[in-house]
Design a binder for this molecule. Structure first.
Ligand code: ADP
Ligand code: 5GP
Length: 204
């Protein structure tokens, strides 16, 4: 049977809404889905591992990647570059794995234009106050960075309407179930099923 191409999943939401928490819970149970590792010029946080959480790069190195056309998308967010290395994404999709891009909205809008066959999900929070509590509660950012991220959050929330799905992360377990439900339904779209289905029909 022909290998079914994986789904390209755009997963965005304001910093601190819980994207990483939901994804790590979701991915722990999935062997058919991988997370793309981005390149960034931001400094590693305690616990961040180069090549696992991000590829940490200097601005010069990052700009070299842009010039060499190595990125599927990139954006400047809160004073740093972030971008998705293209080859890994393509290899995984071709091998039939779903790939999740956990990216901010400017990059997400670019992927929506350049890769029409995508699934886009925006992660929202129950309230702005709760977002700030989570961002502060994580304890990984300086006050100035928190204020910048809260300002960015207001603009990001206004772009939620550009996405196909909205998952409110009021509860991690429920958010994981919602993500599972979206991917299950998306994988059953006729267009994604048809190659295998036609093979079955032709051999009947
Ligand atoms: P993001 O990856 O979107 O920046 P994180 O996954 O790092 O966000 O989550 C930010 C903080 O919020 C973390 O301390 C995390 O434990 C907490 N958090 C995540 N989801 C929830 C939730 N549903 N309810 C309460 N706290 C949450
Ligand atoms: P953080 O510094 O908290 O790890 O990430 C900050 C923001 O950058 C988050 O909204 C995250 O989703 C986004 N981000 C991470 N990697 C990429 C990427 O490759 N491209 C884009 N456009 N955004 C990214």
């Amino acid at each position: 049977m022909t290998n079914k191409r994986g789904m390209l999943i755009i997963f965005s939401g304001p910093s601190g809404c819980g994207k990483g928490t939901v994804l790590s819970r979701f991915l722990a149970e999935r062997t058919d889905t991988v997370l793309s590792v981005s390149a960034t010029t931001r400094k590693p946080r305690p616990g961040d591992v180069d090549g696992v959480h991000y590829f940490f790069r200097t601005r010069e190195e990052f700009e070299r990647m842009i010039a060499a056309n190595e990125l599927l998308e990139y954006a400047e967010y809160s004073g740093n570059y972030y971008g998705t290395p293209a080859p890994y994404v393509e290899e995984c999709l071709a091998a039939g794995k779903n790939v999740i891009l956990e990216i901010e909205v400017q990059g997400a809008l670019k992927v929506m234009q350049t890769c029409p066959d995508h699934v886009s999900i925006f992660v929202g929070v129950p309230s702005i106050g709760e977002l700030e509590r989570r961002l502060r509660g994580r304890g990984t950012e300086e006050e100035e960075v928190i204020l910048r991220r809260m300002a960015a959050a207001k603009q990001e929330l206004a772009t939620a309407e550009k996405y196909q799905y909205l998952v409110i992360n009021d509860d991690v377990d429920k958010a994981v179930l919602r993500l599972q439900a979206i991917l299950e339904a998306e994988s059953l779209r006729y267009n994604r099923m048809k190659t295998n289905f036609m093979e079955v029909m032709n051999n009947a």
